[in-house]
Design a protein. Structure first.
Length: 237
């Protein structure tokens, strides 16, 4: 009987020892390394070399020890990554699919806006985009206003270069042709349409328009560019 018990103990000890050695082998980076990090997706501005370096530094273990959730969180924390999916592929590959942020405007000089009004860091990437300014928390409001104005001004040969939203939520627009528009807080789309309607008349004048103030019920105030000073003329619409 004692011989049988001893044999059983030896078998159990062998199984436990074998399990420990197998676990050590599977978690040994030298034996089972992640040899390939395969990136895919449509992207231009994501720094893949930097991203792979960050992943390998954060997850130095073997293929089996690598935590997919941790890698996912690290990847999605990168500025230019909008969405990502991460999975392992036997025996030594980590596959990562990337969806890049789409920048539609600059925000307060130091950030970018995506189409949903979310901000992200440009990471030093230079892109020619309309510039939007406003108080913190007004990103979505500013972008919605810009989109509405852009759609309307797009019916002409003019374009918006810069849009500012004040602390009191008054709108000011700088056009690419150099004209500044003061639209105020209310009915800014109607006021922009009023400018579009009156602009052909303004363009016929000998002086170039510097600004147009549309914060009036029935007319506009026009500032003209001159060599020494500027005139202001009130035009009835």
């Amino acid at each position: 009987m004692w011989a049988g018990v001893l044999f059983l103990l030896l078998v159990i000890s062998g199984v436990v020892f074998g399990g420990i050695k197998a676990n050590q082998y599977l978690h040994d980076e030298q034996q089972m390394p992640v040899q390939v990090i395969d990136f895919s997706g449509d992207y231009q501005h994501i720094d893949i070399t930097k991203l792979e370096r960050l992943i390998r530094k954060a997850q130095p273990g073997s293929f089996f020890a690598l935590d997919v959730n941790d890698v996912f969180e690290l990847v999605e924390a990168q500025s230019w990554v909008y969405r990502a999916s991460v999975r392992k592929k036997w025996p030594n590959t980590l596959k990562i699919y990337l969806v890049e942020q789409q920048a539609v405007a600059k925000w307060n000089e130091d950030l970018l806006l995506n189409p949903y009004g979310d901000t992200f860091n440009d990471e030093g990437v230079e892109i020619d985009l309309p510039r939007l300014y406003g108080p913190g928390g007004s990103e979505k409001t500013a972008l919605e206003g810009f989109n509405s104005m852009h759609a309307l001004i797009g019916t002409t040969n003019m374009a918006i270069d810069e849009l500012s939203l004040s602390e009191r939520f008054a709108w000011q627009v700088q056009l690419e042709n150099g004209i500044r528009l003061n639209l105020g807080r209310q009915d800014f789309i109607d006021r922009l349409q009023r400018f579009i309607d009156v602009y052909p008349l303004l363009a016929q004048q000998e002086k170039a328009v510097r600004y147009v103030d549309l914060r009036y019920d029935t007319g506009v105030a026009v500032g003209w560019n001159e060599n020494d000073n500027s005139n202001t003329t009130n035009k009835e619409s």
